[in-house]
Design a protein around this ligand. Structure first.
Ligand code: SF4
Ligand code: SF4
Length: 208
């Protein structure tokens, strides 16, 4: 097989995440689809090159944004044709964290995205239930450990976790996408570290 283009990598990741969802059921029924209720200033962080795949869709518009490693944001109307939803919607509220692995390779870890704590019931539930129960000797892992998503954390299906990691691996095949995942992962680690330093507990007060 020849080298995959950036678009093929993104479409491949879409395909892997087409039929799996974080819960077996529809978590939107639990929270009133909080993650689909953005406004002009919120939206889905797009992957490098992903805006080209949305070019002809009327259900989204793409705008520039200050964060997201300099890449744009897609804003929707709270409804979309499911097969066209962006990568960020397919993985929410998780993220395939990319960090250096063994022998110069890269390691992909499924985490709850620290940016999802404010509006996602699944993240709030997982952090509230397990947030303080994981400790490690490594301070970096320690700040991230509350966010690590495993099948043990009730709610997230094992098949979703497997597909999320595979989709992350598929994106690594393209240099720009790889850099985006590395940069975003670094940002998420810094966010988790900062929260730990200032003593903001990921364990939220919501009583679930
Ligand atoms: S991913 Fe989170 S915010 Fe979105 S519908 Fe499910 S529980 Fe609600
Ligand atoms: S694009 Fe679809 S899945 Fe994503 S936030 Fe909008 S309505 Fe929800």
């Amino acid at each position: 097989m020849g080298l995959m283009t950036q678009e093929e990598c993104i479409r491949g990741a879409y395909g892997l995440l087409e039929t799996v969802t974080p819960l077996r059921g529809d978590c939107g029924r639990l929270c009133g689809k909080a993650c689909c209720k953005g406004d002009e200033n919120t939206g889905m962080w797009l992957l490098p090159g992903e805006e080209k795949l949305l070019e002809h869709r009327k259900d989204f518009h793409v705008r520039t944004c200050q964060d997201n490693a300099g890449y744009p944001l897609a804003v929707c109307r709270g409804r979309c044709a499911r097969e066209y939803r962006p990568f960020a919607c397919r993985i929410y509220p998780l993220f395939p964290l990319v960090t250096p692995g063994k022998e110069g390779g890269l390691k992909i870890t499924a985490i709850y995205d620290p940016r999802s704590t404010s509006n996602c019931l699944l993240t709030q539930y997982a952090l509230g239930r397990y947030g303080s129960s994981v400790n490690s000797a490594n301070p970096l892992e320690d700040s991230l450990s509350p966010y690590i998503a495993t099948a043990r954390r009730r709610g997230i299906t094992p098949s979703f976790l497997i597909r999320l990691r595979k989709a992350g691996a598929m994106l690594l095949a393209d240099q720009e996408l790889r850099q985006y995942l590395l940069d975003t992962s670094r940002f998420l680690i810094e966010l988790a570290e900062l929260r730990q330093k200032v003593g903001v507990s990921p364990t939220l007060p919501r009583n679930l």
